[in-house]
Design a protein around this ligand. Structure first.
Ligand code: GLV
Ligand code: MG
Length: 364
């Protein structure tokens, strides 16, 4: 229990640091595309990706070899200094707070490229104390470097304790921008018996009841339908509630089976339907999947506009195609319409598709 006054929550944590934001802007972030800044071939492609993805993230943590940690940090500084990111956000994932690299990550990045860094992703967050540590350090570094606006914090939910503390993590600082699920580390930390990076597992299923034969005996050996279940449902739902409660944004995370674009799309869509605003991309082909899944479909927007038009002042109920619509379904439709408007501002193809929805479909 914090004894801080509510009034102090929005005071900068260092003299001269920028004032904390009172609201986290809803910037499109359907795909957070990870790149390794120590990989020169990959790094050379980054300037050309500006404008093709909502977020570019220079990864310094897992997947970067220990020998390459300094090269990754320095590579990110070089790319950030020499690239105009235009509408594309620049994020980084720093090393874990108990690692030997994180202090240098922060003390190097903030003075060198703090003005260009929108969000810092902090891995393996366990509780509010981790956010408080980064919060104060960022304020000190921002003050020293004269950064004009606060750099936001995004936490990865990938420890059992982090999941247990998810609400206090979301509310730990006005810098909190959002959370991602980290299914690989979370599985290890929880001692789940999987070996994958996100996605489903064929062993996690429910099976149809057995049929009975002519004598009324159950035939457990008969062919029966099985339905694979979502290993991540509980955690994603918990994360979405905690984020919504604190006005910040939930994201799925990595889907490691790059070749299985179909299951990847399913996993992303489950997260979208449950309330997530985006996901990670570990390969350029996952960007297209994320952009498609995390943008409302033309059909959904056509329907949502019909409901909005039919509901007038929002009170009462109407019947559309045999279904009852009321204030609560109107509110769901308004969520989709608002998201479509935001995305249309940065995505001309999507704007054209939404603009092409005939009015007759709206008024019908
Ligand atoms: C991501 O960092 C994960 O551990 O899944
Ligand atoms: Mg991880």
């Amino acid at each position: 229990m914090s004894h801080q006054s509510a009034k102090d929550f929005f005071r900068p944590l260092a003299v001269g640091a920028p004032a904390p934001l009172r609201e986290i802007p809803a910037r499109p972030s359907r795909a957070i595309h990870f790149f390794d800044p120590s990989n020169e071939k990959m790094a050379a492609k980054i300037p050309g990706m500006v404008g093709t993805v909502d977020v570019l993230l220079g990864n310094l943590e897992d997947a970067v070899k220990a020998d390459n940690k300094v090269a990754a940090r320095e590579g990110l500084v070089k790319i950030a200094q020499s690239t105009d990111f235009g509408p594309t956000q620049l994020w980084t994932r720093i090393n874990a707070l108990d690692s030997p690299w994180v202090l240098d990550d922060l003390t190097t990045l903030v003075p060198a490229i703090g003005e260009k860094l929108d969000v810092i992703m902090v891995p393996k967050v366990q509780g509010a104390e981790d956010i408080h540590y980064v919060d104060r350090l960022l304020a000190q570094l921002e003050a020293k470097a004269g950064i004009s606006r606060p750099i936001l914090i995004h936490a990865i939910l990938e420890t059992a304790r982090g999941v247990a503390n998810v609400e206090e993590i979301c509310g730990a600082s006005p810098r909190m921008q959002g959370l991602s699920l980290g299914p690989a580390d979370l599985a290890a930390d929880r001692k789940m018996k999987t070996t994958r990076v996100g996605g489903g597992h064929p062993g996690y299923l429910v099976r149809e009841d057995p049929p009975r034969d002519a004598n009324g005996d159950t035939r457990v050996d008969a062919q029966r339908a099985v339905f694979q279940q979502d290993l991540w449902h509980y955690t994603i739902a918990k994360m979405v509630d905690a984020c919504a409660m604190h006005g910040i944004y939930p994201y799925y995370g990595p889907f490691g089976d790059i070749a299985d674009v179909v299951a990847c799309e399913d996993q992303f869509r489950n997260a979208f339907l449950l309330g997530c605003v985006g996901t990670w991309s570990l390969h350029p082909k996952q960007i297209a999947i994320a952009n498609k899944v995390f943008s409302p479909s033309v059909e959904d927007i056509a329907h949502a506009r019909r409901v909005v038009a039919a509901m007038g002042d929002g009170t009462g109920a109407v019947m559309i195609d045999g279904k009852m619509e009321d204030d609560a379904s109107l509110k769901q439709c308004l969520v989709l319409v608002a998201l479509a408007e935001q995305l249309a501002e940065i995505d001309p193809e999507l704007k054209a598709a939404y603009d092409a929805i005939p009015d007759s479909e709206v008024d019908a």
